[in-house]
Write a protein that binds this ligand. Structure first.
Ligand code: EPU
Length: 461
């Protein structure tokens, strides 16, 4: 088991290219199950989640090979029983994405409930409801999803919007299943994330007939899909994390090979905090040379501020002069970073569905434990701004979803390294420093209105 050691205080400078998108690649890899001829995907990120997905696909009879240039070629071999081993399904949430393609090809499926980050309630009801509406028989019993389709699925009118908004991987599943169904499926309340638009573009290139306008997707089922070649879109979450890394160190970094328009809400938030964001066609320059202002941000489905960026942003708010309020309406309990950020000296109170961060009290390095992928990113970022050494445990979370993050930060001048977990790598926790504790009382909305409201920062509600 490794740890990451971050010695804070270095400004990041230089340029860095953004990798292919994790959340774009995973459903696209699963969609290869739909195709009759080989599929080649370029710019597939080197991540543990991608490796796990490839192993899931191998367990379903698919063969694949990967080149050093980030291309993966997949081909359907002899169909397997459709049973995914629990050990593989449990490695990632996106193992769910095989459901739609398997059922669309008339195959039966036995899928233990998926794993993935523990970021709150992650039911599968919308996936099952959508696929059942297309005529699949599905049962969830004893933690295992069993499904089969008697022949070709049939079209339906489906609303995929749950209490907290649309489901991203659920939309991917239903789109894949309906692509080969009989008739025209109308999907309303669909996710509008760029990863879904990329999936739609790819399936259309394979011969599907799918049109998306906002949250509505109309799918004219076809009899078969060919394979082909597609390049995965850039990882907007990695781009946002690197942008925040630049801002938190008061540095200047040029992010390249991304699609800036996909991060409008993030740029708005950073600008409101006092960060300079200069966008060109597929590049963004991030620069901060002044103080940071507090902000109010609510994470919501695309195109609003992404839930996957609220943890990295919370690290940045620790440096803002005043109180910031962050809320997450997609995963209201996704605050795995908070206890670790408090260990670094962060003054954070939790409120229902959110946190209030009182910034500008200075951060000190400490040993901390990452609990999920994005909070692992947040802790590394906080470490960049902390005095002394921050030792982050739970590195496997980072490996799942950020391609070569440490190497990229090193290239930009950060003092970060990975080391085996040794007793000496852990420094003792220092006693809490004196001074008034920040308590939940401070987060009282009335108190917020009176004392804590950001004076100069913006709102991205
Ligand atoms: N939901 C339901 N029923 C369902 C499915 C989801 O109620 O059947 C709820 C969830 O509880 C949540 C909301 O709907 O409140 C949205 O969940 P969604 O299904 O969209 O999440 P997901 O598809 O499982 C993907 C990303 C996540 C990202 C979310 C939201 C992948 C592989 N994962 O998850 O990415 O946070 O969309 O944008 O695409 C990450 O990269 O760190 C990550 C967790």
């Amino acid at each position: 088991m490794d740890v990451i050691q971050v010695r804070g205080g270095r400004q990041l400078r230089g340029r860095v290219a953004v990798a292919g998108s994790k959340n774009g690649a995973l459903p696209l890899l699963a969609s290869a199950l739909l195709c009759e001829t080989p599929v080649t995907l370029a710019r597939v990120p080197r991540l543990a989640d991608v490796t796990s997905m490839l192993r899931v696909l191998r367990s379903l009879g698919m063969t694949w090979k990967r080149t050093g240039t980030g291309e993966v070629t997949l081909e359907n071999g002899r169909p397997s029983s459709g049973a995914v081993p629990a050990e593989l399904a449990g490695r990632l949430r996106a193992s769910l994405c095989v459901l739609g393609p398997l059922l669309a090809r008339g195959r039966s499926v036995r899928l233990p409930l998926p794993g993935g980050c523990r970021i709150g309630d992650r039911p599968v009801d919308l996936h099952l409801r959508g696929l059942a509406a297309l005529g699949a028989d599905l049962v969830l019993c004893g933690g295992i999803i069993r499904g089969r389709a008697a022949g070709r699925l049939r079209c339906a009118r489906i609303n995929l919007c749950g209490e907290r908004g649309p489901t991203v991987t659920g939309t991917a599943n239903v789109v894949c299943a309906a692509a080969l169904a009989r008739g025209t499926t109308h999907l309303i309340g669909a996710a509008q994330e760029p990863e879904i638009a990329d999936l739609v573009a790819w399936l259309n290139a394979c011969g599907a007939r799918i049109a998306q306008v906002g949250s509505e997707i109309v799918i004219d089922g076809v009899e078969c899909l060919a394979g082909g070649k597609h390049t995965i879109l850039p990882d907007r979450i990695e781009a946002a994390t690197l942008a925040i890394a630049a801002a938190i160190t008061g540095g200047e970094v040029l992010l390249t090979e991304l699609m800036p328009a996909q991060l409008d809400a993030v740029w708005t938030a950073l600008q409101a905090m006092g960060v300079t964001v200069a966008r060109q066609s597929n590049q963004v320059l991030i620069k901060r040379d002044g103080p940071l202002l507090p902000i109010r941000v609510a994470a919501r489905p695309y195109p609003a501020f992404p839930t996957d960026v609220q943890a990295p942003l919370s690290s940045l708010t620790l440096l803002a002069a005043g109180s910031s309020v962050l809320r997450d309406e997609v995963f209201p309990e996704r605050w795995g970073q908070v206890s670790a950020l408090r260990k670094l000296g962060g003054r954070i109170a939790t409120i229902p569905g959110g946190i209030v961060v009182r910034g500008s009290f200075g951060l000190r390095g400490a040993p901390v434990q990452a609990r999920d992928l994005r909070s692992a990113g947040a802790l590394v970022l906080a470490g960049l701004a902390a005095a002394g050494t921050t030792t982050v445990r739970g590195v496997t979370h980072l490996d799942r979803g950020y391609e070569s993050l440490l190497e990229k930060l090193q290239t930009l001048g950060a003092d970060v390294s990975r080391a085996p977990l040794l007793p000496t790598a852990i420094t003792p926790i220092r006693p809490w420093r004196s001074g008034r504790m920040f308590t939940a009382r401070d987060a009282d909305p009335c108190a917020f209105g009176r004392h804590l409201a950001p004076r100069n920062g913006g709102s991205v509600w």
